[in-house]
Design a protein. Structure first.
Length: 456
């Protein structure tokens, strides 16, 4: 008789059984696009629908996804809607750059993300998490783990990016970046309707001032570092900023691009990891039978191997839980493209102006691709099982030439953070822990993640 507990099925919108009206669609897109998708989206290899701003192709079939993101990637540009939201903030940062600028920047930045540099960040990741964990030593009542994880990953980012040498008051920097993405990083309904640019976007008005202020801090921070590099060339921190400035020059990055990429790394690299960490702690709390072997693994490895560089390889169960949480709650829930020239894939016609949506949220819960897709089952990612997952059915970091450049940084950071936190504390849900996944720029838990943290 099978006595194992029923798997935990964390909260998610029930797929719609009828398509929404146009007005409903706009409302849902504004409130929470994850609630838009109907039963066929989770069952079919692809679907073509007439969206409010033109045809949408929902791409679920791993072959089609590979075609769009890899084999014929040359024929696809970043979707206009996403560019309208992110480009005013990130300009020619890698996430929003296109064409020759993107090509040159990606090449110039490859040496920044080599394993040697990523391994070099393991120690600051460990130290920042240990310092962060102190706050839980004498905590009474509940804490919002979702919010706390953004503080932790922001702190790690500030340390690895510019060794916390920020111009002005470092305390205000974190708050400013949060405000910037909250105000500017929202899809405005006018953008979805493809309204002309001269119509003011109410959602963005407040953000402009924050953005000017924020750009000024970044520019001063870069100037401060350049001055230090000139003054004491043998004594400069080995962080992202130094590496990016060293990538300056012919065929490298311009000073402006260095600044754009600093903002991009903060924008693309801290909330994403924070969301995934929060959802992992939540799922493990609701599935303590999955958490117990992970705690054992962490206790055993941290005792035997103090070097955090080795932990990612030595902790397959911890890593699997994180990967499974990213399957259920992909931090980047949608990867959008537009064809440059209309084309055909098998029997599917992809017309000019269509938006092709490769949605990790949908693909990761597709009925034909996964067994029991809504269940939290980290064993899917255990060694031996992981290899059976098609490369194009699991896309938390995307795929192809524009695959996340920070993926190994994020995986290393996540395992180190989980190892430190779970070796010292137990995170449990309480009656008020009722997160609802909402798609903003990332997949956020609406209502936060109030949890009780106790010493193990
Ligand atoms: C769990 C954490 C993360 C997730 C889930 C994630 C996810 C993604 C995804 C899906 C893309 C591809 C977008 C597309 O194809 O349109 C991407 C691109 C990117 N990510 Fe990440 N990311 C994470 C962490 C990071 C970190 C830590 C950094 C920086 C240190 C980073 C920097 C970038 C950049 C610069 C790009 C643009 C790459 C290009 O277009 O060439 N990300 N990320």
């Amino acid at each position: 008789m099978d006595t194992s507990p029923a798997p935990f099925r964390p909260p998610a919108p029930v797929p719609r059984t009828r398509p929404p009206s146009m007005l409903e669609m706009i409302r849902i897109i504004y409130r929470n696009p994850l609630e838009l998708w109907g039963e066929p989206s989770y069952n079919q290899p692809w679907i073509v629908v007439n969206g409010v701003g033109g045809p949408l192709v929902i791409a679920n079939d791993p072959g089609l996804i590979r075609h769009v993101l890899v084999d014929n990637a040359k024929n696809y540009k970043l979707a206009t809607v996403r560019q309208k939201v992110l480009r005013p903030i990130l300009r020619d940062g890698l996430l929003t750059a296109e064409g020759q600028v993107w090509k040159r920047s990606r090449k110039a930045m490859a040496p920044v993300f080599t394993p040697r540099h990523i391994f070099g960040f393991a120690k600051p990741m460990l130290e920042r998490t240990q310092a962060f964990a102190e706050r839980y030593e004498n905590v009474a009542g509940t804490v919002d783990v979702a919010h706390d994880m953004t503080l932790l990953t922001f702190d790690i980012m500030a340390e690895t990016l510019f060794s916390n040498e920020i111009a002005g008051s470092p305390g205000s920097f974190g708050g400013e970046i949060e405000r910037l993405f909250e105000t500017m990083g929202r899809v405005d309904p006018l953008d979805i309707l493809r309204a002309p640019d001269w119509l003011p976007r109410i959602t963005h008005i407040r953000g402009r001032r924050t953005m000017r202020f924020f750009r000024m801090i970044v520019s001063d921070t870069v100037a401060m570092r350049i001055e230090r590099m000139e003054r004491t060339p043998d004594d400069v921190p080995e962080d992202f900023l130094t590496l990016l400035l060293n990538a300056e020059g012919e065929d490298g990055l311009t000073r402006q691009e260095v600044e754009d990429n600093i903002i991009t790394f903060i924008g693309a690299g801290h909330e994403t990891t924070a969301r995934a960490l929060g959802w992992t702690l939540y799922c493990l709390a609701e599935a303590p039978w999955e958490r117990a072997p992970i705690e054992d693994e962490i206790d055993r490895v941290t005792k035997a191997e103090p070097d955090p560089v080795k932990w990612l390889d030595l902790m397959p169960l911890t890593r699997a839980a994180f990967e499974e949480a990213m399957r259920l709650y992909p931090p980047a829930p949608s990867i959008n493209r537009e064809p440059i020239v209309p084309e055909t894939y098998e029997t599917l016609k992809i017309p000019r102006g269509a938006q092709v949506l490769v949605m990790p949220w949908v693909v990761h819960r597709h009925r034909k691709l996964w067994d029991d897709p809504n269940a939290f089952l980290p064993s899917r990612f255990h060694p031996g099982n992981r290899e059976k997952i098609n490369r194009f059915q699991y896309l938390p970091f995307g795929a192809g030439p524009r695959i996340c450049i920070g993926a190994s940084f994020a995986m290393q950071e996540a395992v180190i953070a989980l190892a430190v936190l779970l070796s010292r504390f137990r995170f449990d849900t309480v009656a008020e822990t009722k997160p609802w996944p909402v798609q903003k720029l990332t997949t956020q838990p609406q209502g936060g993640l109030p949890m009780r943290v106790t010493r193990r």
